[in-house]
Design a protein. Structure first.
Length: 512
């Protein structure tokens, strides 16, 4: 870090224990990302054991998504107010307790409550983890390495969840998909408590913006629930439409309130700066494409190809390898040499190329010649793009806004996931129904009808994947046009980054 930067007002000194801290932050992030997919594999077994109806089973996923997505901005602001270390440790302990409750669930109400609690503590934990990285790693080269590791985990953790979920469900019991979080949380919390030392003077002690908390939480909950409901009830359902309208009104009111209050929950400067705005938008779009794909590939491998849950998990390994290579070997090495848009744009395009290969999927497609290269390209592209995106999302932000800026990254991912699952599922279901209607009459025997059903299913997946290709190309265009930051500055964390003209000279935040 340059001498000037280190003496600038509000500058953050490098923490000698930052690399040890990264281990525990990464472990916590892995646990949160794992949880998003690990429970999906256990869901059929849990549903049978607890007597959850088909109509209610979506709440195992929805209860978590609503609490997590709705409370992220509040969680990020609490981290800035309390201190990120404290928020991180409390989030971990709470997540472990909620996981224990989920694993011990004896009925559906207990399960739904546990999942909602996991979402609440996840919303505190996730922004605290990312903002700790933002304020602890101030040197550009070190920051690139740290975010490379974090980006690989954020991207590849979901696929690891498929493997771990498959093993636990197949060889132990679905309850272990919850209990497995406890050792992760205990180790990460203990490590964080003893190792992490948060830089002084980085808290935002302004009074809490209660109207902002209420409007953002209700607005995001309505948005996530609208998309979740659209998946199960359809886009023309009156409550679905009502949720989207309510969400629009609430979020518009939130923006108006944030523009006027003295100490906003989300300072608009965090999102209106073109680089961060470009990151949040392009990352959200990329997640829309990725979430749908995870779902389709899981069903394709298990239902069409007849893979076991464990074999399905291992089939995703090339994507994880690609993500780790893209994040740590391409993204981290080039991030200090080229502008972020030249990693993000091409990264999303390489991922789109992988998606494009998957549009050729058929019932008899070979894993080795089609799925393997497609997954490698997807992983490489996403890993390369995610890493600079994660870093840029908090670059140029004053340390006291780091929590809420980190929460915006998580919010774009969470909302993107809800949109991706609902939107692409609807496209796939519609294409499948249309295909089966057109072809079922020509199938005379039972086996032929079954074949048409499978062909219809694969046709639905490939139709939706074409949409995902378009979405990834749009993400690339946004990254290349909106993100105009140059190579990272050495003191970019606390507002000294030259790429952010409005915050080029860091000014201490005064509590109102």
């Amino acid at each position: 870090m340059s001498e000037t930067a280190s003496k600038a007002p509000g500058a953050v000194q490098a923490d000698p224990g930052r690399w040890k801290a990264l281990v525990f932050i990464a472990l916590a992030q892995l646990m949160v990302v794992l949880d998003a997919t690990i429970v999906n594999i256990a869901l059929p077994s849990a549903q049978q054991d607890l007597g959850i109806s088909d109509g209610n089973r979506q709440w195992v996923v929805t209860a978590y998504a609503l609490a997590f997505g709705g409370l992220l901005l509040f969680g990020g602001r609490i981290a800035d107010l309390w201190g990120r270390k404290r928020a991180f440790v409390v989030g971990l302990v709470g997540f472990a307790a909620a996981s224990a409750l989920g694993g011990a669930a004896t009925n559906e109400a207990m399960m739904f409550g546990a999942r909602a609690l996991q979402g609440v503590f996840g919303a505190l934990l996730a922004p605290a983890a990312l903002s700790l990285l933002a304020v602890m790693f101030t040197d550009a080269k070190e920051r690139a390495k740290a975010f490379g590791i974090y980006g690989a985990i954020a991207g590849g953790g979901g696929a690891v969840g498929l493997i771990l979920g498959g093993f636990l469900t197949e060889y132990l019991d679905w309850r272990w998909t919850f209990f497995v979080n406890i050792p992760f949380a205990v180790v990460a919390a203990a490590g964080a408590y003893f190792v992490i030392r948060e830089p002084e003077g980085s808290r935002n002690r302004s009074p809490l913006d209660i109207p902002g908390v209420v409007l953002s939480t209700l607005g995001l909950v309505a948005l996530v629930y609208g998309f979740t409901r659209a998946e199960s009830e359809g886009w023309s359902d009156s409550l679905t439409i009502g949720m989207f309208v309510a969400s629009g009104v609430l979020l518009l009111a939130f923006v108006l309130v944030e523009a006027k209050v003295k100490a906003p929950l989300l300072p608009l400067r965090v999102v209106t700066e073109r680089n961060r705005g470009g990151v949040y938008l392009s990352l959200g779009l990329a997640i829309i494409a990725m979430f749908g794909l995870f779902l389709f590939l899981t069903y394709y491998l298990q239902v069409v190809k007849g893979y076991t849950p464990v074999k399905t998990g291992f089939a995703f390994l090339p994507m994880i390898v690609g993500m780790i290579a893209g994040s740590t070997q391409i993204g981290a090495r080039l991030m200090t040499r080229v502008p972020p848009r030249l990693l993000m744009g091409p990264g999303f395009l390489v991922a789109a190329l992988g998606m494009l290969l998957l549009t050729r999927m058929e019932i008899g497609s070979s894993y080795t010649t089609l799925l393997l290269p497609a997954m490698l390209l997807l992983g490489l592209g996403m890993g390369t793009a995610f890493m600079p995106a994660m870093s840029l999302s908090t670059q140029g932000v004053e340390a006291r806004d780091a929590g809420v800026a980190s929460a915006m990254v998580n919010t774009s991912q969470q909302v993107g996931g809800a949109i991706g699952t609902a939107l692409l599922n609807t496209v796939a279901a519609s294409a499948t129904t249309s295909y089966i209607t057109d072809h079922i009459a020509s199938a005379s025997s039972g086996p032929q009808q079954q074949l048409v059903q499978l062909e219809g299913m694969v046709h639905g997946y490939t139709s939706a994947i074409w949409f995902a290709v378009g979405i990834l190309v749009a993400a690339a265009v946004i990254a290349l046009t909106l993100v105009n930051a140059g190579k990272p500055d050495m003191g970019a964390v606390n507002g000294s980054g030259a790429e952010d003209a409005d915050e080029a000279v860091p000014v201490p935040v005064v509590a109102h």
